[in-house]
Design a protein around this ligand. Structure first.
Ligand SMILES: Nc1ncnc2c1ncn2[C@@H]1O[C@H](COP(=O)(O)OP(=O)(O)OP(=O)(O)O)[C@@H](O)[C@H]1O
Ligand SMILES: [Mg+2]
Length: 293
């Protein structure tokens, strides 16, 4: 549950016009390693290839996976003399002020100005949230028009969303990440009067764990109906996602000359999965466009 300070700063942030008509997609899940940065990078490049202008903010101030991914991509372009799709990246640092009030005020202002700056020249802003509960992450959730939550098909990961009865697997109650999203929704309803479209994307899907997949699927459906999220298929488990980071390439760049990774049928299927994720975002900016890349 957010504390009073958080709500005060959040109000201040959200009642101002943080962005113009750009849509803010927060990719968030407090569970580490759920696939947030992988999904963020692929969404960013996928949307650029569909002719949208995309800005990104890396809110994982400590790991900086998204920033480092794009640094590797820049290096790859320089080395290979190529130009690849790149988003508009707005670096953001957390305040180091030792006074909590000052620090939170500075963080709120930094996020506010980053969104304002990116909103002026981009159709979409993607925020890659950290795998932990931070003040900046909570603020970002309050700005989300769309919240994409990648989740591994495991009850360990489900535990952040809902508490499950050990035998019946019935959902007993929402747990703390769901609670935080609920608070963000209430906040938005009060301030900007806009809903958050919350989508759970099942990541690292595997064909060999049918029973577990079914059980997690049933629990998600149950919880989603209760607290208001959609559940969509995401990316299958594929080695390629782990191989791409050092070059900064994505699934969509594998046919570029200079890419040392052979393009296979598995990658065709993976691209289709990415296309499906983009489609189910229901972005107004993509209405009536041919969504193929
Ligand atoms: N569909 C997938 N198939 C295989 N590996 C994947 C898949 N998605 C993500 N990974 C791998 O899982 C690891 C965690 O992914 P990622 O860094 O995107 O998660 P994250 O949610 O951003 O983590 P953190 O909470 O630490 O920020 C990485 O090694 C990544 O390459
Ligand atoms: Mg990450």
């Amino acid at each position: 549950m957010p504390d009073a300070k958080m709500t005060t700063h959040g109000d201040r942030l959200s009642t101002e016009t943080a962005h113009n008509t750009s849509r803010i997609i927060v990719v968030g899940n407090e569970k580490g390693g759920a696939g947030k940065s992988t999904v963020s990078v692929h969404l960013a490049i996928g949307l650029i290839q569909l002719s949208l202008r995309v800005g990104v903010i890396d809110l994982d101030i400590r790991q900086r996976t998204l920033s480092r991914y794009f640094e590797n991509r820049t290096r790859w372009m320089q080395k290979n003399g190529k130009t690849l799709a790149m988003p508009d990246i707005k670096p953001l640092n957390a305040s180091e002020d030792r006074d909590l009030d000052h620090a939170e005020r500075q963080d709120a202002d930094s996020l506010q100005s980053a969104l304002k700056r990116l909103g002026k020249t981009n159709d979409i802003i993607i925020i890659d949230a950290p795998g932990s509960d931070t003040f900046l992450s909570r603020l970002a959730h309050q700005h989300a028009d769309t919240l994409v939550t990648p989740m591994n098909d495991s009850f360990v990961d489900f535990d952040l969303l809902g508490d499950i009865h050990p035998e019946t697997l019935d959902v007993l109650r929402p747990s703390f990440y769901s609670e935080m999203v609920w608070q963000s929704r209430k906040h938005r309803a009060r301030t900007v009067r806009q809903p958050i479209d919350w989508i759970i994307v099942r990541n690292r899907m595997s064909h060999i764990e049918a029973k577990n997949k079914r059980h997690v699927g049933a629990a998600l459906k149950n919880l989603g109906a209760r607290i208001g999220f959609r559940v969509e298929p995401g990316l299958s488990e594929r080695v390629i996602y782990r191989e791409l980071f050092p070059s900064g390439l994505t699934l969509l760049d594998l046919t570029e000359s200079g890419s040392k990774i052979a393009f296979t049928m598995s990658h065709v299927a993976a691209r289709q999965e990415l296309r499906n994720i983009i489609k189910m975002l229901n972005l107004p900016q993509l209405a009536d466009t041919d969504q193929s890349f």
